[in-house]
Design a protein around this ligand. Sequence first.
Ligand SMILES: Cc1cc2nc3c(=O)[nH]c(=O)nc-3n(C[C@H](O)[C@H](O)[C@H](O)COP(=O)(O)OP(=O)(O)OC[C@H]3O[C@@H](n4cnc5c(N)ncnc54)[C@H](O)[C@@H]3O)c2cc1C
Length: 531
Amino acid sequence: MDPVIIVGAGPVGLTLALALARQEVPSVVLDEGPGKDEQRLARTVVLREDTAALVARLTGFPVTEAGFRWAGWRSMRRRQVMRQITFGQDDPAPLHLPQHVLTAALRRAIAAERLVKVSVESRLDSIEQEAAGVTAHTRGPRGTWWRGSYLVGCDGPRSTVRKLQDIRFPGRTAVERHAVAALRTELPWPGEALLHRMPPWRTSGPPVSEVTARPLAEDVWRMDWLLPPGKDLVTPDLLLARVRETLAGWCEGTTPPYELLDTGVHTVHHRLARRWRAGRVFLAGDAAHLLGALGTQGLDEGLRDADNLAWKLALAWHHGPHGTLLDSYQVERRAIVAARLRAADQALPVLRAGGLRSAVPGAARGHDTLLTDGHLGRGPLGSPGAYAESPLAPPRAESAVEVDTAVGAAVVDVRVTAEDGTSVALRDRLGRGALLVLLIAPGTVVWERKHWVTAGIMPRLAAAVTALPHRAELLVAEGYPGAPAHSVLLIRPDGHLVTVLNGVRPADLYAAAEAALGGPRAAAEAASSRA
Ligand SMILES: Cc1cc2nc3c(=O)[nH]c(=O)nc-3n(C[C@H](O)[C@H](O)[C@H](O)COP(=O)(O)OP(=O)(O)OC[C@H]3O[C@@H](n4cnc5c(N)ncnc54)[C@H](O)[C@@H]3O)c2cc1C
């Protein structure tokens, strides 16, 4: 089989290449650039728990060391503190890091990966699809033809792949614009991210309606000032005045010492590609969607695209294409991003209207909740979402029970015992192409594995797992939020919950696994190639 062609070595393309390699699928990453990233401290990303775990798993790189976990969140309106959150065990902190640190970690991992080939200074300019594969042409010093099994356009907002496939990209331009600066300084709330609406100090130039300060490692802060609608240029003088006035406003009138490290303008567009799949060609990341207003993170969604697509392409690569499975990528991911964009579109006029509407009693608190949700990855604006209407969802079995995680949502991380007896994090077992079957068996931790593995329901469950239509790993946990003892969770390779059964139900488990693989045909293909 030919490798998967990935166009674009941005964070999404690199993540996809690694995720495919972990599932034994070779890829070629084509990029028009030189293969090095500009070191820009003003271009950062806030990763939520799931995407931070994905990057850590793929790179083996402790992103927590290069990134910065916020100690807390504080939102203010004029002089009033509206909300203060301290992150801890039950409320994990977002991870904030410069984008070039993220891509450098991905590139390092790829350099050690035999299944990924990166070709720089290779600009894609044509794609031809045939029944059995894809041919792509690149120009540049290494201009040549490339043969692939599938092709994924991770080539950013101006995606050539999207244009070559004639896929429309409707939406809105410049929904929000921010002047951005990265600077090293000490603020009165070390390590806490701050959102300040209607700051009370006098400003030169147009008034500031909203400013955020989000900490990075080593006393570096990324600051964003919301710009008024329009295309007015942000002059260096105006930006410097903003920096000084804002720092003075927060530090009792005196600008503290600071070192300006980077500046820029971040313009947020809202766009959604009409289709994310055209035969053997797919779109992911900024090529498929643009979002980012109200603190939401476009790159976070791009990483989730890569995670969702990787195991489906891996299954198709190893066992042959399956329409339902491959179509489910667009159905699942596009629905989540569309819902996120709808939520932002509804919130934007409310939040940005000002005037009389914001004087309605309680409005300020409601606005604060919306913005906090966006920034912290919660609620309709920010939470990762569940693949509720997925074509891969199994029909509800009579033996199905509910746990705290909704069907279609990502499972939470718990300690599990693997088949070899080691105790590992559930998340570490994801992304290997196998389904996961997790038995909840309280008390197993106090028994040696050799005693319980042959006792009670274990042998029957092990036999049911071996008989599944696809490779599956059997895991055991002491508990899972909301799960009754002896319930069995079926989890996809990307960590989304398929179903929970109240005990060992081989037929129901088989049917759920079959549905999660796209239906009987893919299941049969997978089973026959195992034999
Ligand atoms: C100042 C600034 C601040 C930002 N802040 C945030 C933030 O806080 N949070 C957030 O989530 N996002 C932020 N972003 C946006 C974020 O950087 C993008 O969402 C992210 O880079 C998208 O990743 P991607 O891999 O999809 O695409 P990209 O990073 O755009 O990568 C696309 C790659 O494709 C290559 N390419 C393009 N066309 C071709 C072709 N024809 N052939 C071969 N290669 C091609 C390009 O060279 C590039 O390497 C910010 C952006 C800027 C500029």
